[in-house]
Design a protein around this ligand. Structure first.
Ligand SMILES: [Mg+2]
Length: 431
């Protein structure tokens, strides 16, 4: 029986602040970083890898917090992990002492996420499947055992979830074939980082259009005149047949959001992401009531399924942007995607950063094949950065994510990248 024999975590940081990749209204100089968990077993061919995502400073705090959970999974067999992944999840999330640091938010939740991302990698490798395929192929009743219904069963009951999953069994083989022949459409954020010049934005838009992208998102929120100017040049560059979205990264007050969204409406904005503080559900409701048909998108900073539940119930979230590292891995992500489906809100996973595209490619495939069954007018974020550090990077063809075929959850990093970018003693940071 294969057993876990060692667990480690490293602090990996990439110096992306140097070229302003990832710069937005509030995060002006991110160094895309990841606590990197490695779970070894007594079978050398079965190693689990998992990450979380941070912007640099503080990565060491999440790294340290992950270690607090090691005793819970140390020495478990892989059968015990696979058969009790729902129970282990609750044991970590509801840890009698660590829960005080959250509950289910902030550093402690990011730590659980990284650890379970590694465990799910291990489970799908044990079953010799890419993670998305392992989930899609699993019996719906078994999936129900993975899911944390606690605190959200007033919005989605076990029976309702089971019904959604059971119904999709009829269609899932056709959907898998469709994914394999067409892929899953993506949108790009990489053309419009706040720190980029006009020329760079125009060139990037043209380049992405030539490569098949139809959806473009840009960062706004720092300066109204400059934002209007950037929206104007991008709309002129991409024409009226492509989609334009904006992301304010929580920069505006509720009243400013209403004012600016209405002012930007002339550029035919498809959705507005995080206009105001990510926790302000009542604020989102007020904004939504005052901006007509414009859709509000949020979720990348939405701490847990309970927040998603309220956003979905209130009608204030029109695009559900789950985050593979903010939510505590597959257990919690699946239940949020099921709730979104029940409330008829499309899921557009948040990605970019480091490793998030590698993760969300699995999540959109699961959403399509097992839950929602729609992919017209649905897109998942894509950003062309740092994929070269992964052994099995995501693949994009004509703007579509191609379903991953390699076993696991696609996050193993190249050894030389780990050595180079370990903080503070890797070769890059030492010199
Ligand atoms: Mg965003």
């Amino acid at each position: 029986m294969t057993k876990i024999i060692s667990i480690s975590v490293s602090d990996i940081r990439f110096p992306t602040s140097k070229d302003l990749t990832g710069s937005d209204a509030i995060h002006t100089d991110p160094d895309y970083s990841a606590p990197y968990v490695v779970i070894e077993t007594d079978d050398p061919s079965l190693v689990g890898y998992g990450i979380n995502f941070t912007l640099g400073k503080g990565n060491e705090i999440v790294t340290k917090c992950i270690q607090c959970f090691f005793p819970i999974i140390k020495n478990l067999s892989l059968d015990e992990v696979e058969n009790n992944i729902g129970g282990l999840w609750s044991e970590c999330v509801d840890h009698s002492q660590l829960r005080w640091l959250g509950p289910e938010k902030g550093v402690v939740h990011l730590a659980v996420s990284a650890l379970f991302n590694a465990l799910w990698d291990l489970i799908s490798k044990k079953n010799k499947k890419p993670l998305w395929r392992y989930v899609v192929d699993t019996n719906p009743k078994k999936i129900i055992d993975w899911l944390p219904f606690k605190h959200v069963d007033d919005a989605l009951s076990k029976n309702e979830a089971l019904e959604i999953l059971t119904k999709s069994q009829e269609y899932k083989n056709d959907r898998i074939k469709k994914l394999e022949s067409e892929g899953y459409p993506s949108y790009t954020t990489a053309a419009g980082w706040l720190g980029y010049s006009d020329d760079k934005i125009v060139d990037l838009c043209k380049e992405y259009m030539a490569n098949g992208w139809k959806y473009f998102k840009i960062k706004v929120g720092k300066n109204f005149e400059r934002d209007s100017h950037r929206l104007d040049i991008i709309r002129k560059t991409i024409g009226n047949n492509n989609y334009l979205m904006i992301d304010a990264n929580q920069q505006w007050s509720v009243d400013e959001s209403i004012k600016y969204i209405n002012a930007f409406n002339k550029y035919d904005v498809f959705f507005v992401e995080e206009p105001t503080h990510a926790d302000d559900i009542l604020g989102f409701i007020k904004i939504k009531k005052n901006v007509g048909e414009v859709k509000l998108a949020t979720g990348e900073a939405c701490s847990n399924r309970v927040m998603f539940k309220q956003f979905l119930q209130s009608g204030a979230m029109n695009i559900c942007q789950i985050d593979s590292c903010r939510l505590a891995s597959i257990n919690e992500i699946l239940i949020v995607m099921l709730m979104a489906h029940k409330f008829n809100v499309p899921v557009f996973p948040h990605a970019g950063g480091v490793g998030l595209c590698e993760y969300v490619q699995h999540l959109c495939m699961i959403d399509y094949a097992l839950i929602n069954g729609e992919k017209d007018n649905k897109v998942v974020e894509y950003q062309d950065s740092l994929h070269n550090h992964f052994k099995f990077p995501c693949r994009i063809v004509k703007g579509n994510y191609i379903p991953p075929k390699d076993h696991g959850y696609s996050i193993e990093m190249k050894e030389k990248s780990v050595i180079e970018f370990s903080y503070p003693n890797g070769n890059y940071w030492k010199s």
